[in-house]
Design a binder for this molecule. Structure first.
Ligand code: C2E
Ligand code: MG
Ligand code: MG
Ligand code: MG
Length: 288
């Protein structure tokens, strides 16, 4: 196969989950009401160290508790929200919910970090960055516990406008993560320009890597780049024991995926950790 067709396999895998769903009809009035009535909900998915099975943090993932359509996943609405004028407000609601839960986890003796997803387009509005900084400072949660996940393709579109804002956030101590790493274009060049602290390797590489030599080579080179640039690496979409072992052998830092846990409501996280701590920590020391 040519390298071009290998590349398009990765693209298709990356986009597969986002392209197949015909969802409910939603419009901007729905978003307005959802913001007002508190219909957006933050779910949290654990991120675990591949070295020792310690719980490091969580990623906040948006859900919409819609009065007619039930609990909606982001595939049904996030593109529309990102194109609307409401994306900053939605991001700030996600931040506030995450800060509240994070406070409880810290109080319970679990000093977790959390990630929120931020579209680079919304960061072109420097008021959003100001508001993020202000709210985190006011919360008492140290900024280094907060990671902003930015999608690569989105960084590219607004690179010029966004770089200064990203640098400002990084200087304040926020973590900056390049989300879906490997699925965008000219990603390597971007890494030299974006002041990031973390790479989040897209699940398209992770899922298939234990069966496909091609994907494994791409995954290895992503990990290699991260190591050389001194970036923290998180693999998303870790679904099986094989995925877990492969990533650990390749020296990846953290894993996130259904093999560890699905995204869950904030209230469920501490009970989940109490019930699963031993199993997850054993994964950390398990040998092949
Ligand atoms: P993402 O940031 O790359 O998040 C990872 C997605 O992979 C999540 O989908 C998560 O539930 C899913 N996932 C996690 N582990 C596994 C696994 O083992 N296997 C498989 N097949 N999938 C797994 P989700 O929650 O549906 O979110 C989809 C995307 O929506 C996110 O991708 C992110 O780009 C966007 N998104 C989510 N929340 C927000 C938000 O608050 N703001 C913005 N702007 N975008 C968001
Ligand atoms: Mg993300
Ligand atoms: Mg991702
Ligand atoms: Mg994604």
């Amino acid at each position: 196969a040519s390298s071009l067709s290998r590349f398009s396999v990765v693209q298709q895998r990356a986009e597969h989950n986002d392209s197949q769903v015909a969802g409910p009809q939603l419009d901007e009035q729905d978003i307005q009401r959802a913001l007002r009535e508190g219909e957006f909900v933050a779910y949290f998915q654990p991120k675990v160290s591949l070295l020792d099975g310690q719980l490091k943090g969580v990623e906040a993932l948006i859900r919409w508790q819609h009065p007619q359509h039930g609990l909606l996943a982001p595939v049904h609405f996030i593109e529309m929200v990102e194109r609307s004028q409401y994306i900053s407000e939605v991001t700030l609601q996600m931040l506030d919910m995450s800060l509240q839960h994070c406070r409880r986890w810290h109080d319970a003796g679990l000093p977790l970090n959390f990630s929120i997803n931020v579209s680079a387009r919304s960061l072109a509005d420097s008021k959003l960055a100001d508001a993020i900084i202000e709210r985190v400072m006011a919360s008492g949660i140290p900024t280094h516990h907060v990671i902003l996940e930015i999608t690569e393709s989105a960084i590219m579109v607004d690179l010029g406008i966004t770089l200064g804002t990203l640098a400002r956030l990084r200087l304040k101590g926020f973590g900056l993560s390049v989300d879906d790493y490997g699925t965008g274009f000219s990603c390597m060049l971007q890494l030299s320009r974006v002041p990031c602290s973390e790479l989040k390797v897209d699940r398209a590489f992770v899922n298939g890597a234990s069966q496909s030599l091609h994907l494994r080579i791409l995954l290895e080179s992503a990990l290699d780049i991260a190591r050389k640039l001194n970036l923290h690496v998180v693999a998303e979409g870790v679904e099986t024991r094989e995925d877990w072992l492969l990533l650990r052998n390749l020296g990846c830092g953290e894993a996130q995926g259904y093999f560890v846990a699905k995204p869950m409501p904030g209230e469920a996280l501490l009970p989940w950790w109490r019930a699963n701590r031993e199993r997850v920590q054993l994964l950390g020391i398990a040998v092949e």
